[in-house]
Design a protein around this ligand. Sequence first.
Ligand SMILES: [Zn+2]
Length: 285
Amino acid sequence: MTFDYDKFMKGVGLYEEANRRRDNLEFDFAFSLYERAQELLFGRVDIPLFYDMAIAADLSGDFGRANEYFKKCCVSLEQMKADNPYDERINNLQPLVDSLADQISERKMVDNNATDYANQIQRRVWQHHNFPLTIWIADKASQHDGFDDGVSDLIFDAFRKWSNRCQWFQVARANKADEGIAKIVIKQASPGDLQSGSGGQTKFTPNHGENPTRADIRVYIPNSDLASLTSDQKRVFQSLILHEAGHALGIDGHSPFADDLMWWKSPLLEISSRDVETMKIIYGQ
Ligand SMILES: [Zn+2]
């Protein structure tokens, strides 16, 4: 059989559209696209495809189905290793499968009626004398890893969304010259900053312990001008920065529940009541 490049590329397009529909919470549509994509992709991308289908199933609230796709993902990886014993590149897919394995095993242990997940995360509680937390956002006029004013406002809005739900948080925009004394610093991620499959990361100073003195957020954005982002790109970025703000404000780790913003792959644009409850518990509110 000769390889049909056009058919394959059509499959890639359907696969990408399926992920977009999933992140828009249109699950039935997403699954029909994944299945059509799979036929066109000749099994060549089964591992990431099953991985994304598992995430879609979990997000839709069907943990049993997520588990089935996860098993298919593992079987495909083992099959691929067996078929290509000398191809080292296959090992690059192992971390993807492992990260899914971690999520699935964590999910099995949680109580579905839980109203918080404070015991599943590491606490990074800002002490009161740090308030208002000053938020410094890199400006593209002077920083290569900065954002334009429109994107900077989106970023600050994410922090305001948290402080609206968790009223003890006080946040303020830092002055341009104050990066060194700001509490939370946000810049664009550079290649190599992020783990594969991840759009953002938050690092704390000090590295260990419960009370941070500074948090550094790096986020991926396809374009640092708001006007150049498509509506999908804008939505993905808003979800990402709201999620990273949740990390920086105190939740170092992830919710095991797919309907929380702090779930590892959340595409949501709202903070859930479980997210708020978790924040309340760690701050003793
Ligand atoms: Zn996260």
